[in-house]
Design a protein around this ligand. Structure first.
Ligand code: 13P
Length: 336
């Protein structure tokens, strides 16, 4: 399939992406938090529980996998990509190699992973992946992000995206301005604008086809330590303004990260954005924590009771599916 078509399939109306690509270290932290031991079997067990939930293919167009998971077999003998394909869900894969301190500004992070990327992309394509993810992170403080962080992360995001398109897959381009910090929403707007501007400049320099990417940005929010509440109408207006200004018209759509918002906040804010969307851009979700938190807590009560965790996950995915078309309402939150 052409990459433009894959991108549009990822952005199918009323569907979004499940980010289940936590590295083993991050997944271990998540499992520790609910007192389940992080064995290979348990990591697969939880993820397979999500991937086989009722109607998951109606709410989710793609799942981002981690290296371990894309190579695992499900309990019926299918590989995980086969299991997803049978439900009309596109398999995706995280291909960055995580972050390290940035040269010249060691308080900030640089995302690694370009070495050997072409070979890994071939392997992942053969395993069934049709899209990929690379996440750069930017912290906000009085002196951050530095221009060094903005420039160097944009350059590697763009090089990654070009290599992925050459390998016939869609790159999710994820520049995440972190929520941590005591800054207000206007500072988040200003930093996110600068980050996006630089990313698209570098993507153009690398001749990346804009029609064949999906952008995965943060929403525009007050810092988590600011003590300020986020008004969904203001979050939506500022997020839409920032993306309208900085994203080229050829980009088909946006799949937001949740970034530490609660499950409900992430749904409400996406819904508000879609209610006021006056552009051709498609706005959907590519959530990790905001899709999995409740399901993980439920699953941890009894890891053999898949049904209970699946009903929590299906409900959350359904709520976000409604938010992806601006048709979520508070009264739909009641779990039937
Ligand atoms: P969160 O939605 O938990 O922020 O995760 C999304 C993601 O893929 C981070 O890279």
């Amino acid at each position: 399939m052409e990459i433009e078509k894959i991108a549009l399939q990822m952005l199918t109306s009323g569907k979004g992406i499940l980010a289940a690509d936590e590295s083993t270290g991050t997944m271990t932290k998540r499992l520790d938090s609910v007192k389940v031991s992080s064995t290979e079997e348990n990591r697969l067990g939880f993820r397979e529980t999500l991937f086989t939930s009722n109607k998951v293919g109606s709410y989710v167009s793609g799942v981002i996998l981690y290296d371990e998971t894309i190579k695992q077999k499900s309990s019926n003998g299918d590989t995980i990509p086969e299991l997803l394909n049978k439900q009309n869900i596109l398999p995706g894969i995280k291909v960055d190699a995580g972050t390290k301190p940035l040269d010249g500004s060691p308080d900030e992070l640089y995302t690694d992973g370009l070495t050997g990327l072409t070979e890994r992309l071939k392997e992942y394509y053969n395993l069934g992946a049709r899209f990929t993810k690379w996440r750069a992170v930017y912290k906000i403080s009085k002196d951050h992000p530095s221009q060094n962080a903005i420039t160097n992360n944009a350059k590697s995001l763009a090089k990654y995206a070009a290599l992925v398109q050459e390998a016939n897959m869609v790159p999710i381009v994820e520049p995440e301005v972190l929520m941590d910090g005591d800054h207000d929403i206007n500072r988040c707007f200003e930093v996110t604008s600068a980050v996006l501007k630089e990313c698209f400049q570098e993507l153009k320099n690398e001749k990346v086809k804009m029609e064949g990417i999906v952008l995965k940005p943060n929403m525009i929010l007050n810092g988590a330590d600011s003590g300020l509440k986020n008004d969904p109408a203001i979050v939506a207006a500022k997020t839409l303004e920032c993306l309208k200004t900085n994203v080229p018209k050829e980009v088909p759509g946006i799949a937001f990260l949740s970034g530490g918002q609660s499950e409900l906040e992430a749904t409400i804010n996406l819904n508000e954005i879609n209610k006021i969307n006056d552009t051709k851009l498609i706005f959907t979700f590519s959530y990790g924590r905001a899709l999995q938190q409740g399901a993980l807590k439920q699953w941890a009560k009894n890891i053999h009771d898949k049904k209970a965790a699946q009903s929590v996950f299906s409900h959350r995915a359904y709520m976000n599916s409604l938010a992806a078309t601006g048709s979520w309402k508070q009264d739909k939150e009641v779990l039937s």
